[in-house]
Design a protein around this ligand. Structure first.
Ligand code: PMP
Length: 355
């Protein structure tokens, strides 16, 4: 080892799902929305005056903060925005998790949490999910330096009730509790009503899933004025101009079209329920996902084998070679046509394998 190497901050990075760009592929591996963004998004981008790109964007992302505050009925100083919710979450780890005690998150969860904990040198402890992959609220009663979990959880899709979330908050009034609601619009109940009661609650959401804007990178958080103030202090200590002009315009346009938002969600939820029933008839077990993906295991074939066979057929799903979940596939809900190709392939493949 060279001497300078010992001063380097070394980390094992998060590995995002593949982004292959093959003709005729069916891409169900990164929980993107199969439908285009609201039509107003394209209009706002075409109407954008590129001369404005000479100028720095508004560092406070004012137009988007105001639009979010209006849509979600909170005060403007209760809103923070960032470059996708990954950026918002990374800033939140840095801002709020600064204790010698371990932060707590589920053993099966979004695999970026331990990466951020490692990069910021935050001690952490994984709290096991129960046998049905649900969060055990009692696991979060112990002393800790902060709490974070997604609701619905990823990659399982399991939803916790607002009562259970409030119970976790009640037991953790001295630390920051972050609820990552990346998938909340697909059937869950947001923790927003708890915001007035708990000034230590931060709720993080994204435009990447339910608003079809994964490629634009827009995430946001709601919290008490104090929490948002601390988050902004850290953000302004890193990079003032996180949100570019185009992202601000696209985000505002997406929020303006509530009818399109509801219609897209409705389509994804009904496709999810249909595909879930069909997968069950093919011998898969699926939990009760309330997200835009299904988490499925087959009774007769290992997930890894299925994953590879699907990939060979140009159908990309996500497989995690991790404890407890290495026999599951996470399948993003695509269009009905895409899901029919998946189901047809599985029917044929399972028959050929004799299971
Ligand atoms: N939280 C969870 C639970 C996720 O699955 C994802 C998607 N990878 C994110 C946050 C981040 O999404 P984005 O940065 O696109 O908003």
């Amino acid at each position: 080892m060279k001497l300078w190497e010992k001063n380097i901050r070394r980390v094992v990075p998060y590995v995002p799902g593949e982004q292959p760009d093959k003709p005729h592929m069916i891409k169900l591996n990164t929980n993107e929305n199969p439908y285009p963004p609201a039509p107003g998004v394209a209009e706002s981008l075409y109407a954008f005056d590129t001369d404005r790109l000479r100028l720095y964007p508004d560092a406070s992302a004012g137009v988007l903060v105001r639009a979010l505050a209006k849509r979600y009925r909170v005060q403007e100083d209760q809103v923070f925005v960032g470059v996708g919710s990954d950026d918002v979450l990374a800033m939140s780890f840095m801002t709020f998790f600064n204790s010698d005690k371990p932060i707590l998150f589920p053993d099966v969860t979004y695999s970026f949490y331990d990466v951020w904990a490692e990069v910021f040198r935050i001690p952490y402890e994984r709290v096991p999910l129960d046998g049905q992959f649900c969060i055990c609220k009692e696991g979060y009663y112990k002393e800790n330096g902060g709490v974070i979990f997604p609701n619905p959880n990823a990659p399982t899709g399991e939803l916790e009730s607002l009562d259970d979330i409030e119970d976790i908050l009640r037991h953790n009034e001295d630390v920051i509790v972050i609820v990552d609601e990346a998938y909340i619009d697909f059937g869950g109940e947001t923790a927003l009503p708890l915001l007035d009661k708990y000034d230590n609650l931060l709720i993080v959401q994204t435009f990447s899933k339910s608003r079809s804007l994964a490629g634009m990178r827009i995430g946001y958080a709601f919290g008490s004025r104090e929490l948002i103030g601390y988050l902004n202090d850290v953000k302004y200590s890193f990079n003032s101009y996180t949100m570019d002009h185009l992202a601000l315009a696209a985000g505002v346009a997406a929020l303006e079209d509530e009818a399109y938002f509801q219609e897209t969600i409705h389509k994804i939820v009904s496709t999810r329920e249909r595909v879930k029933a069909e997968l069950q008839t093919l011998g898969f077990t699926c939990g009760d996902s309330q997200a835009n993906f299904l988490f499925a295991a087959h009774k007769g074939l290992p997930a890894k084998k299925l994953f590879e066979a699907l990939k060979e057929a140009n159908i990309y799903v996500r497989y995690f070679q991790k404890p407890r979940i290495d026999n599951y596939l996470r399948i993003t809900v695509g269009t009905d046509d895409e899901m029919d190709v998946l189901l047809d392939f599985l029917r044929g493949y399972l028959k050929q394998e004799g299971v």
